[in-house]
Design a binder for this molecule. Structure first.
Ligand SMILES: C[S@@+](CC[C@H](N)C(=O)[O-])C[C@H]1O[C@@H](n2cnc3c(N)ncnc32)[C@H](O)[C@@H]1O
Length: 302
């Protein structure tokens, strides 16, 4: 199915659209895009949203790109390892929690109209924000269906108390993260059974690994390989090996349209292209939109 995205005739819309194979990337705010998209048009969502809600604002991105100041923590070499920039996530204030809840309530309300009945939504998270997103998704009408555990050892957490590392050598202020939660939601089916929903909409279930083995909710995953990071230089880039497993599971019959409303370097679209399925990505930041346009064909070919 092809989805009408924008007037294809104006120069402005051409510069906001990138197409490669079965993939369409749009430079836009996903809330605006979702409000204009046709109802019941998306078969699955695979996405990795911004959580601080400020770290992807233009001023913070300028600071990150300049390597100075802002919310992006660029710690010195520490404990023998040097790190890539990470936004801070060790504490969420009541205001932060409220902002995340309000944003995801608005987002999920716009999304549920566009998703087909039975469409699954996979959302990358972390242990601090996961419950807030869950509350917003359920309040907007999605069903919580579980959580995928991506087994990955990141550099998040595990630090000694800031400014007193020597004084409290044997203390960490929070656990070092060894897994990443991906919330799994579904728009309720509108047919009497999953089988009937699959026949009508092609959605409602998850694709099995094989006829004998169902899709599993724990997935072994390394950090994103250096080669992929160099092709898609985004601070939150996700690995193809993991995303391809998620995209494959998200389309139970192997066809349909996958949406990534927070596309970044369009790693979800690259996974869709590698699997031969249609993907739509929305990215608000022009710098990442341009990087993504270059990255999709290269990542898909890996
Ligand atoms: C965590 S990153 C996603 C990175 C992606 N997983 C990858 O592998 O490249 C979130 C992205 O969402 C974008 N973003 C933030 N707010 C947005 C909005 N309202 N609409 C569309 N994109 C948005 C940010 O610019 C950022 O690139």
């Amino acid at each position: 199915m092809t989805i009408a995205l924008d007037s294809p005739n104006s120069l402005e819309s051409a510069s906001r659209l990138f197409q490669h194979g079965r993939q369409t990337l749009v430079l836009d705010d996903c809330l605006d895009w979702l409000r204009a998209a046709p109802s019941n048009s998306i078969s699955a969502v695979v996405t990795d949203p911004p959580y601080g809600l400020v770290e992807y604002q233009p001023d913070q991105q300028q600071k990150l790109r300049a390597g100075r100041g802002g919310i992006w923590r660029i710690p010195p070499s520490f404990d023998g390892s040097s790190r890539r920039p990470l936004p801070r996530f060790t504490v969420l204030s009541a205001n932060d929690r409220q902002a995340v809840t309000v944003f995801f309530r608005e987002w999920a309300t716009a999304l549920i109209r566009v998703a087909r009945p039975g469409a699954h939504v996979f959302i990358a998270g972390n242990p601090l924000v996961g419950p807030l997103v869950s509350t917003a998704m359920e309040a907007s009408g999605f069903e919580r269906r579980g959580e995928i555990v991506r087994l990955v050892r990141t550099f998040r957490g595990g630090d000694r108390p800031k400014g007193a590392e020597d004084e409290f050598k044997s203390v960490s202020s929070m656990p070092r993260s060894c897994w990443e939660p991906w919330g799994l939601y579904r728009k309720p089916i509108d047919q009497p059974t999953v089988a009937a929903n699959l026949r009508v909409w092609g959605t409602g279930g998850l694709r099995r690994l094989s006829e004998k083995t169902p899709f599993l909710d724990v997935i072994e995953s390394g950090v994103t390989p250096a080669r992929e990071r160099s092709l898609a230089p985004h601070p939150s880039v996700k690995p193809q090996a993991f995303l391809r497993q998620i995209v494959r599971a998200a389309l139970p019959l192997g066809t349909g349209v996958v949406l990534d409303p927070f596309a970044g370097c369009a790693t979800t679209l690259a996974a869709c292209e590698a699997l031969g399925v249609q993907g739509i990505g929305i990215e608000i930041d022009e710098h990442y939109f341009r990087l993504a346009a270059r990255a999709i064909p290269k990542l898909a070919a890996l």
